[in-house]
Design a protein around this ligand. Structure first.
Ligand SMILES: [Zn+2]
Length: 74
C-alpha cells in the first residue's frame, strides 16, 4: 500500500503542480476534447468569471491537491 502523486503542467497557467488524479478539477481542452487538470490558483482565478457567466464555481475536493491512496487508483 502506498500513495501516489501525479505531477503535470496546469492547463491554465502551465506551471507544474501535484494533484490527486481522481479528485483534481479539470476543464476540457477545446482542441483535443481531453480533460486537463487545473491548479488551485487557476480555480481561484476562474471562479469569479464563472459566477459572472452564471456558472457554478469550481469547488475542488479537500484532497484534490494531495496524494491519492494507491488502493483508489484504477
Ligand atoms: Zn494553473
Amino acid at each position: 500500500m502506498g500513495y501516489a502523486f501525479v505531477t503535470s503542467a496546469c492547463f491554465g497557467c502551465k506551471r507544474l503542480f501535484c494533484y490527486n488524479p481522481i479528485r483534481v478539477p479539470s476543464i476540457r481542452d477545446p482542441a483535443t476534447g481531453q480533460r486537463e487538470p487545473i491548479c488551485q490558483a487557476c480555480v481561484n482565478r476562474a471562479n469569479p468569471e464563472r459566477i459572472k457567466n452564471g456558472l457554478d464555481p469550481i469547488v475542488p475536493a479537500p484532497d484534490a491537491y494531495e496524494a491519492v491512496d494507491e488502493a483508489e487508483l484504477p
